[in-house]
Structure formats: structure tokens, C-alpha cells
Design a binder for this molecule. Structure first.
Ligand SMILES: O=C(O)c1cc(=O)[nH]c(=O)n1[C@@H]1O[C@H](COP(=O)(O)O)[C@@H](O)[C@H]1O
Length: 235
């Protein structure tokens, strides 16, 4: 995979999604389909988006018992998406089951890459320690989950930009996908661990995920080009 900007297609239905995609003529995009859109439109939306030739990250953050995740991933692999994810907190058995399911479902084809969410970018260290009863620092927790994901055979992780540099030490080819991206003067909203695209690249992220900083703008195409320039113009 190159160094993509995944646009988060967090829309309530197919119509709004198609209207949005039509604002990007002649661009081959990397897009992320998450729970909001997938739960409304189902697997059909994947076919619709594939018809544009875009690469797809199907972000359903699986977190369940290994057998259930194995079976779910077997089905998702048949959608021919490029990237899927799980929560690392589901454990190593679950993550290994996810990979097995993807391999099985892909048959002779290439299986989708699979990455693990470490600590959500909407979580602060204080929240994590108080609510998840994790005693260590947030960066240690993220590193621990990244190591667990790597040892379980996953292709990478989702983390914030602020942990990317440390995770990179685990493996230079590990995918580090970082959401929580904002341009200068954008509202942060529910995100807690945020950064701009340029800093994400400098910290060694493989890919960034950008939602509202593009989709919420009056001119999403212009915002996309700004993000892409910031992300790519780092010497
Ligand atoms: O797995 C994800 O994509 C994800 C993980 C995470 O820790 N934080 C996070 O924000 N995301 C997703 O990334 C997108 C961020 O959206 P914006 O905050 O609008 O840029 C959303 O679709 C989230 O579901």
C-alpha cells in the first residue's frame, strides 16, 4: 500500500455518499466505510463504491469471541475490500481468528489487510486509566496492543499520530493508520488525540483517516487537496 489519505464516508445513506463522491471526478480515492453507512446500506454500498474504482477500508471494528470474528471475517473477505479492522482488546486468539477467516474467505485471491485499533483517538489517558482500569500510561497501552497485534499476525494498527513514532520501532513495514486528523482552525469535536497531516507524516504514519475536515467543508474537494498537499509535501 502507498501512503493514502482515507476519506471517512460517514454519511447516513447511499444518496449522500454518491453526491459526495461525484465531487471528485477523475480521482482514484481511498475511502473508509464505517458503521454509520454500512449498517444502513449493507454490503451493496461496497459494490457501488467499487464501481468508482476507489480502494476501500471497511471499518467495522470487530470485537467478539474468536469463532464469531472468524465467521464474520470470512464473509467480509468476499466483499473484496482492501482493509478491515478489529479491536486489539479482543485478544490474540480473536486476532488470529480474524486472519484465518480472511484467508479462508479470500480463497485463492489476496486477502484484505487487517489492522487493530489500539486505543481510540477519542480516549484520553485519564479516561483510559479510570474507565478501563489500565494502570499504565496511554502510550504504553498502545505499544502493548501494537506488539500483540504484530505477534498475532496482523498487518498493522490504528492509533493516534502521537504514538506512531514508537510503534514504528516494532516493524518498519507495519501499517500505522492514524485518524484524529485536523487542519488548522478545524473543530476537534469528540476527538482527543489529534494532529495535522504534516505532523502525521513526520511521525511515520502509513496512512491518515480524515472525515469531517473534508466532508464537513463547503468545498470538500478543495479541503481534500489541502490535506493531501500537507500530507505529501514533507521532505
Ligand atoms: O478505526 C477508525 O477508523 C477510527 C479509530 C479511532 O481510534 N478513531 C477514529 O476516529 N476512527 C474513525 O476515523 C474517523 C474520524 O473521523 P473525523 O474525526 O471526522 O475525521 C471516524 O470515521 C472514526 O470512526
Amino acid at each position: 500500500m502507498e501512503k493514502p489519505v482515507f476519506i471517512a464516508l460517514d454519511f447516513p445513506n447511499k444518496e449522500e455518499t454518491i453526491t459526495f463522491l461525484n465531487k471528485f471526478p477523475n480521482e482514484q480515492l481511498y475511502v473508509k466505510v464505517g458503521m454509520e453507512l454500512f449498517y444502513q446500506e449493507g454490503p451493496e454500498i461496497i459494490k457501488e463504491i467499487k464501481a468508482y474504482g476507489h480502494k476501500i477500508f471497511l471499518d467495522l471494528k470487530l470485537h467478539d469471541i474468536p469463532n464469531t470474528v472468524y465467521r464474520a471475517m470470512k464473509g467480509l473477505a468476499r466483499l473484496n475490500v482492501d482493509l478491515v479492522n478489529v479491536h486489539a482488546a479482543g485478544g490474540s486468539e480473536m486476532m488470529k481468528a480474524a486472519i484465518e477467516g480472511l484467508e479462508e474467505g479470500s480463497g485463492d485471491g489476496v486477502r484484505p489487510k487487517c489492522i487493530a485499533v489500539t486505543q481510540l483517538t477519542s480516549t484520553t489517558e485519564e479516561q483510559m486509566q479510570r474507565e478501563q482500569q489500565i494502570k499504565e500510561s496511554l502510550i504504553d497501552s498502545v505499544y502493548h496492543y501494537a506488539k500483540l497485534a504484530k505477534d498475532s499476525g496482523l498487518d498493522g494498527v490504528v492509533s493516534s499520530v502521537h504514538e506512531a513514532n514508537l510503534i514504528r520501532k516494532i516493524d518498519e513495514n507495519f501499517l500505522i493508520v492514524t485518524p484524529g486528523i485536523r487542519l488548522a482552525n478545524d473543530q476537534v469535536g469528540d476527538q482527543k488525540r489529534v494532529a495535522n497531516p504534516r505532523y502525521a507524516r513526520l511521525q511515520g504514519a502509513t496512512a491518515i483517516v480524515v472525515g469531517r475536515s473534508i466532508t464537513g467543508k463547503k468545498d470538500p474537494y478543495e479541503a481534500y487537496l489541502t490535506v493531501k498537499n500537507e500530507w505529501e509535501l514533507v521532505e
